[in-house]
Design a protein around this ligand. Sequence first.
Ligand SMILES: Cc1cc2nc3c(=O)[nH]c(=O)nc-3n(C[C@H](O)[C@H](O)[C@H](O)COP(=O)(O)OP(=O)(O)OC[C@H]3O[C@@H](n4cnc5c(N)ncnc54)[C@H](O)[C@@H]3O)c2cc1C
Length: 391
Amino acid sequence: MRTTVGIIGAGPAGLLLARLLHRAGIDSVVLESRDRAYAEARQRAGILEQGTVDVLRECGAAGRMDREGLRHDGIELRVDGARHRIDFPALTGGRSVMVYAQTEVVKDLIALRAEDGGPLLFGATALAVEDAESDAPRVRFTHEGREDVLECRYVVGCDGFHGVSRTAVPAHVSHVFGRDYPYGWLGVLADVPPSSDELVYAAHERGFALLSMRSPEVSRLYLQVPDGTDAADWSEQEIWEELDRRLATHDGWTLRRGPVTAKSVTPMRSYVHEPMRHGNLFLAGDAAHIVPPTGAKGLNLAVGDVVTLARALAHERRTGSAARLERYSADCLRRVWQAERFSYGMTTMLHTDPGADPFERRLRRARLDRVVTSRTARAELAEQYTGLPLP
Ligand SMILES: Cc1cc2nc3c(=O)[nH]c(=O)nc-3n(C[C@H](O)[C@H](O)[C@H](O)COP(=O)(O)OP(=O)(O)OC[C@H]3O[C@@H](n4cnc5c(N)ncnc54)[C@H](O)[C@@H]3O)c2cc1C
């Protein structure tokens, strides 16, 4: 098999890249190890930055999002029962975010790929990227029980944190930066209308809680739990009781309960692999970087990477100049590190750290106080949350 751009992974990064390349007249093949049903059902992100919304609109992938997505103009910070609203448009000159589940973005992009007629192979597992430094890199993969080779001009690793593409970068070239956190998120989906019109980020001495939503009928709720927690150890009753404690307010607000339909624990991690390019292998999305989900940045960063890459590839096709491809890693990393900084800051401000000493606990308190009392601090949060402009 032969193509111009071999894309490993059909998450948001790989699928959006395939769509953008198709519109630029550049052919690609997408290899995805899972089957379609699994890829479409994987519960993950839900907040799309303004820039992500704009990109989906520009590439014709926003029809259903514009009908079913929920525009959000703010979030609530709930600190020990007191409510503080962060008003995005007022603080950022009109920006907002869209609540539209990653599962739906993925479904929409898979449907578009089928319309575009470009190859998207489910059940195709990349085993290795070979000759990444040459002008003819190859992806060795298995599909329907057979081993095959995809010959490319460029390979893009969009295969998430646990993929294989990153391993093709030699150890002496790789620089890795990261942080593991001593807590994770126990997340539940519940068939009950959200108890708030906007997301609620609650900082409580028992730990962080987040009230989010997937649709007007479905709530998404999270609890900070110790690292290594097994979701099976929490009964539905215990989850609702703990959410009640951490989300409680002084003004009689109540949390609506409903049947829990899914329950899982997500570890929290910050991770950056530099560089994001080695020869003709490019890394994009979670394959190159991870942020803890508190800042809602992961999917949006993946979108920023593939927009940058698609533009660079189109530029090369038009002009013959590889200058933008040369800059890909540096261009993306500037944005990535801003998102890392913001996600780390939100995470450490809102969670209780069991290992924190009294000095660190007071500092965290002071950061929370600063955000709820200073317009400047709220504007900084709002600007980062709604997203830095795409390059
Ligand atoms: C609980 C949770 C909440 C989150 N909330 C948010 C949020 O609100 N906002 C936000 O922006 N982000 C959020 N994120 C992060 C976001 O989901 C990820 O950053 C996003 O999925 C990254 O997309 P990706 O395409 O880079 O990688 P992925 O979505 O991981 O896709 C990688 C794909 O590659 C495939 N693959 C892997 N290995 C191979 C192989 N060897 N061969 C072929 N295919 C392979 C995988 O099956 C997968 O389909 C959240 C994440 C979690 C876990």
